[in-house]
Design a protein around this ligand. Structure first.
Ligand code: FAD
Ligand code: NAD
Length: 478
């Protein structure tokens, strides 16, 4: 088979499939090459995010949060339930069902938009030729006037802790256990470690997170990170900082982990080990040398701020290029690339990128941290409000955490919002919008917030930046 297209997208994750849909909306003849084979041994769109990332992890986080809530907190609300139990296979099957529906939805959207899904592995050659190798080994060749590379990322593996089917796993493996392990070691107290550690801790596993760095969540505002560390400890997540894993050995159906901290070397045996030490850009087998596309020293495809590679007409987006490895970042880049190809003014505002850790409470932030502003010499002011003073949080019985917002004193603009608390992921959106509109603290102060809502905490934090919060005693504005 062969053919030519205005745009060929290689990779059908949240960066690639969104790029393909936007390109088709703009009237471009579009194909998307995707090789993913899912748990049911079927080809699937949606990439890491839909198949083994954002969606399945959130399905398990939502279910286990409700379970833990019913088990641990319902009695406090005056709700009497019998013994609360968990049916793990059913929970996993529900998660798989959500994944199937959503990935099936993407193929329906491809059909509706007239996008051709080329199933198999794409390899970019000279002159924007893409060879697609199907599962049965057959090859076909296509030409694109424009190419968008969206081949994503894969988990980083540690040589010293090789994966071992069901006992030493990466994030994908930890989404599929059908019974609750007695004990789990997680290498890396990063986002995946905390989210998946929370899932299994809520189900009853003993969870130890070994983190090589001395700082906990170094990318998060320090006050929020401190609050998070305190809360996770209370939940029973045993986070050991400054602990570098040296190796692991699977013995008798369990795994012995060796790690080193300031006190020396330790050896502990666990039922399972999750390796969650980051992800690397994935270009294996996707680029021939004739394509001429340059990579940087970390293996990421080198692009400018418009996601253009060094070869005219070839773009790269998502996890395979610089910037945070986030689904929404990749999708926005996909839209930008498609719009630039169609002659429009695509743009991504990298300064206003929301980040969320979907633990309970959630941790969410946008813009600069106080530490970053300090080091940049910006004259800033902080406004803060604890959920303990929020009527709605009290009504929910969920009062942990705080909102911290930061303004640039020279122009009153909101330059950072940092939240730890109930529904932080949803609350963050208003700060993201305010920053996108170049909003000021005064704008938030003048915005009427419904009562009683959690969003009033943002309003109060803004008021507090002006030294006039209503529901807390105001500290001297700083
Ligand atoms: P991917 O989603 O990795 O997709 C790349 C696709 O390209 C894959 O489907 C792959 O099969 C295909 N491909 C690669 N090479 C070829 C080739 N040569 N030919 C054909 N096809 C190819 N991000 C968030 O924003 N929010 C979250 O809550 C979140 N949770 C996560 C939870 C977990 C457990 C993990 C692992 C990740 C999570 N992420 C989350 C990160 C998010 O999944 C990624 O940032 C996102 O999927 C990147 O999108 P992408 O399209 O660039 O790459
Ligand atoms: P991460 O970079 O967040 O965390 C990895 C951690 O492992 C780091 O803290 C690192 O210091 C530690 N580490 C590395 N080597 C170690 C060793 N030998 N011993 C002990 N600790 C070690 O990476 P991740 O948690 O694997 O997540 C990967 C990517 O996926 C992230 O970039 C993230 O953006 C994305 N993701 C996002 C979400 C979300 O948006 N909610 C959820 C999951 C994943």
């Amino acid at each position: 088979m062969s053919g030519s297209f205005d745009v060929i997208v290689i990779g059908g994750g949240p960066a690639g499939y969104v790029a393909a849909i936007r390109a088709a909306q703009l009237g471009l003849k579009t194909a998307c090459v995707e090789e993913w084979i899912n748990k049911q041994d079927k080809p699937a769109l949606g990439g890491t995010c839909l198949n083994v990332g954002c969606i399945p992890s959130k399905a398990l986080l939502e279910a286990t949060e409700l379970y833990a809530e019913a088990r641990d907190n319902f009695a406090d609300l005056g709700i009497v339930v019998g013994k609360v139990d968990v049916d793990v296979p059913k929970m996993i099957a529900r998660k798989d069902g959500i994944v199937s529906e959503l990935t099936g939805g993407i193929s329906a959207l491809f059909k509706a938009n007239g996008i051709e899904w080329l199933q198999g592995r794409g390899k970019l050659g000279a002159d924007k030729q893409v060879t697609v190798t199907a599962r049965d080994g057959s090859e076909s060749s296509y030409t694109g006037a424009n190419i968008i590379i969206a081949t994503g990322s894969v988990p980083i593996e540690l040589k010293a802790t090789p994966l071992d089917s069901n006992i030493v796993v990466d994030s994908s493996g930890a989404l599929d256990w059908e019974s609750v392990p007695g004990s789990i070691c997680v290498i890396g107290a990063g986002i995946i470690g905390l989210e998946l550690g929370s899932v299994w801790r809520r189900m009853g596993s003993e969870v130890v997170l070994l983190e090589a760095q001395d700082d906990f969540l170094p990318m998060v505002d320090k006050a929020v990170a401190r609050e998070a560390a305190k809360t996770f400890k209370k939940q029973g997540l045993d986070i050991r900082l400054g602990s570098r894993v040296m190796g692991s050995v699977v013995e008798g159906g369990r795994v012995k982990v060796t790690y080193q901290d300031s006190e020396g070397e330790h050896e502990t045996v666990f039922d399972k080990l999750i390796v969650a030490v980051g992800r690397r850009a994935f270009t294996d087998g996707a680029l021939s040398s004739e394509a001429g596309v340059e990579l940087d020293e970390r293996g990421l495809i080198h692009v400018n701020d418009k996601c253009e590679t060094n070869v005219p007409g070839i773009y790269a987006i998502g996890d395979v290029v610089r910037g945070p490895m986030l689904a929404h970042k990749g999708s926005e880049e996909g839209i930008m690339a498609a719009e630039l190809i169609a002659g429009q003014h695509g743009h991504v505002n990298y300064d206003v990128m929301p980040n969320v850790i979907y633990t309970h409470p959630e941790v969410a932030w946008v813009g600069k941290t106080e530490e970053e502003l300090k080091s940049e010499g910006v004259d800033y002011q902080v406004g803060q409000f604890p959920f303990a003073a929020s009527g709605r949080a009290k009504a929910k019985g969920d009062t942990g955490g705080l909102v911290k917002i930061i303004r640039d004193k020279t122009n009153d603009r909101l330059v950072g919002a940092h939240i730890i608390g109930p529904s932080a992921s949803e609350l963050l959106a208003q700060s993201v919008l305010a920053m996108e509109f170049d909003g000021t603290i005064e704008d938030i102060v003048r915005t009427i917030h419904a009562h009683p809502t959690l969003s009033e905490a943002i309003h109060e934090a803004a008021l507090s930046a002006e030294g006039r919060a209503i529901h807390i005693a105001n500290r001297k504005a700083r």
